[in-house]
Write a protein that binds this ligand. Structure first.
Ligand code: ATP
Length: 317
């Protein structure tokens, strides 16, 4: 039995700007994505039958074809039917460490790990761009999750320009345990409230994305200026989530006065993160926020920026 064990890191958004609508119904975005060390562990095992099976230690993660990791195996089987017939089915065991429906790309990174692992298992020899093209068919964040690190993401998030590695910053994450926010709801609500501000013509969209690429946040990343990066954090989706979700607002306000370098909601939330220059500062910030919100339903994580996407940690033949 072949088996592969992979590390699948979460991401946070250092920047998320909604530029406009796309003909395919998605939004045109300009984002800066950052991998963090908080990660799921994904194990793949070959099966002697032609089935796909998913196991997960988290009760809220579906195990059927709605699991993104399941759909990643299905996609590979559709793309490479002869190889699938030769190697047989795949069992995916997800050890979930990334909070679910939290704006941290938990499902996307599991799917990215499956694409990388199945490529190895079936000895396909796909290049990273080939894997990323397949990934884009499954979900907008999955191409980024494969490569990881720091990147500017445009289009619906699948067009990536790598940025220099940043590994010195610490991150405190906080989330209400039972609160989940649907990404689809957040974008639809944004469209309903702010659709009138959308850029309509293709040329203006392109030049706006270009301006983000040459703008102050990318500049701060090139100069590795953590203080500046933290001051320039931006997320348009806060405009719809903060007014409707008091649990996110209270975390955002508590982090704001905690002495962290900066704070922002990640993706469509509800996770709020704060950037810190050291582990000691991260611990101090966590204590401050915990003292201000003594709610046992709020979970915290201290982690770091990571330069890695999906990593294979062990292989058994
Ligand atoms: P993103 O930041 O990419 O929008 P997210 O971090 O907000 O994603 P996920 O953790 O991916 O959200 O979960 C969103 C929904 O997807 C969950 O409610 C869950 O039902 C479903 N899901 C499907 N596959 C997975 C998976 N492998 N891990 C977690 N959730 C999954």
């Amino acid at each position: 039995m072949r088996s592969y064990s992979l590390i699948a890191p979460a991401k946070i958004n250092l920047y998320l700007e909604i530029l406009g609508d796309r003909p395919d119904g998605y939004h045109e975005l300009a984002m800066i994505l950052q991998s963090i060390e908080l990660a799921d562990r994904v194990e793949l095992r070959s099966l002697s039958t032609d089935t796909i099976r998913v196991h997960c230690n988290h009760p809220q993660v579906p195990l059927d074809a709605s699991n993104l990791a399941y759909r990643a195996v299905e996609l590979m089987a559709q793309q490479f039917p002869d190889v699938f017939a030769r190697f047989g089915g795949v069992e995916v065991i997800i050890n979930k460490q990334i909070p679910v429906a939290a704006g941290l790309a938990g499902g996307s990174t599991d799917a990215a790990a499956v694409l990388v692992g199945v490529d190895m298992m079936w000895q396909l020899g796909l290049t990273q761009p080939e894997l990323q093209d397949l990934a884009a068919k499954l979900g907008s964040d999955i191409p980024f999750c494969i490569a990881g690190g720091t990147a500017l993401a445009t289009g619906r998030g699948e067009e990536l320009s790598p940025l220099p590695d940043l590994d010195s910053l610490y991150v405190v994450l906080a989330k209400d345990r039972n609160l989940m926010i649907s990404t689809a709801w957040a974008y639809q609500t944004y469209r309903a409230q702010f659709g009138h501000t959308y850029i309509r013509d293709a040329q203006s969209l392109e030049s706006r994305a270009h301006r983000v690429h040459s703008g102050p946040m990318v500049n701060a990343i090139y100069t590795k200026d953590g203080t500046k990066i933290a001051q320039l954090l931006h997320n348009d989706l806060e405009k719809v989530v903060l007014p409707t979700t008091p649990q996110v607002l209270r975390l955002r306000e508590a982090f704001q006065s905690s002495g962290a370098l900066g704070t922002m909601m990640s993706g469509s939330g509800p996770t709020v993160f704060a950037l810190c220059e050291s582990e000691a500062q991260a611990q101090e910030v966590q204590q401050q926020v915990r003292a201000r919100i003594p709610d046992p339903e709020v979970d915290f994580w201290i982690t770091k920026f990571s330069n890695h996407g999906i990593q294979i940690v062990s292989t058994v033949s």
